[in-house]
Design a binder for this molecule. Sequence first.
Ligand code: QVN
Ligand code: ZN
Length: 307
Amino acid sequence: MRRYQEKATIIPKRLETSQSQQPVIITGSDLVGSAYHWNLDYLCAHLGYGLYTVYSSTSGKFKYYDEKKVPNVPSFKPPTSHTDMTFQDFVSILRQKNDSKWIYLQQPLNDTVGPRIEMDFKGFNWDFAYRQMKKNRWGPLTSNLLLVGMEGVITPAHYDEQENLFAQIQGYKRFLLFHPDQFECLYPYPIFHPHDRQSQVDFDEPDLKKFPLFSKLKGYEGIVGPKDVLYIPMYWWHQVESLQGHGETISCTFWFKAAPTEKVVYPLNAGQKVAIMRNIEKMIADTLKDNKNMPHFMKTMVQGSAD
Ligand SMILES: O=C(O)C(=O)C[C@H](CCCc1ccccc1)C(=O)O
Ligand SMILES: [Zn+2]
């Protein structure tokens, strides 16, 4: 956890998820056992010639942004660019070792893949995946994202709105995870901002004047290696780093929709509060139309009610 807090809680290792929406590193699941032999050469030979989205960054950090929201912030400067290319082209750029250029392939697995990859994909331990889905009452599986990163790439702190079984195939990734109730310490961007769901705090140079509560952050840390599966509960913040010295990383995510909320039980849990805050923020943004008034409007709303 380096400078972020004195000591992190180590993410526990288990044989499967527990029903408590807690992060665990699952060992021995063989969730992607049929892909343990995946490496760059094998993927080059068998992925076929479909196009893959490859992000590039000058800083090694790949802060996700929603292109559809860029018009909302005229001054927004995208921190990464992306192009679509064949996997073969991606690997040849990767092997040029041009260290000023950081690249990161992030592509949902689709039916353009060759027959060998399709066979490997069919060979995933789907029983295990569906057992976790049923046990935790998640919604349906939505997508499998193939991630191939240079060593050293970082995905800065953000949260996703789906449950995630994150399978590591090659290389090592350090995860920092933070419970949704650490919301106040991570200063998310406004919902209308392209960096919605991302933290405004640069973990390497935190501006503690602007983000004082960041120094109160308490989190979990875990390193996933080949064959490990990390359960990232929905709404949990996470930052991911491909560790130097272990070569490029290959991962595959299994994203599931949220469990349908049957009866709302009070008190609400932290994730439900995030969902409600997001809905309210969206309604206000839609009503105000002009996002500039948002901060003042919300401050007035809160301060006006202060007794
Ligand atoms: O699996 C996760 O949730 C991660 O954050 C893993 C992360 C890459 C995420 C890419 C991504 C793209 C668009 C939206 C959300 C995430 C990594 O491994 O570097
Ligand atoms: Zn994520």
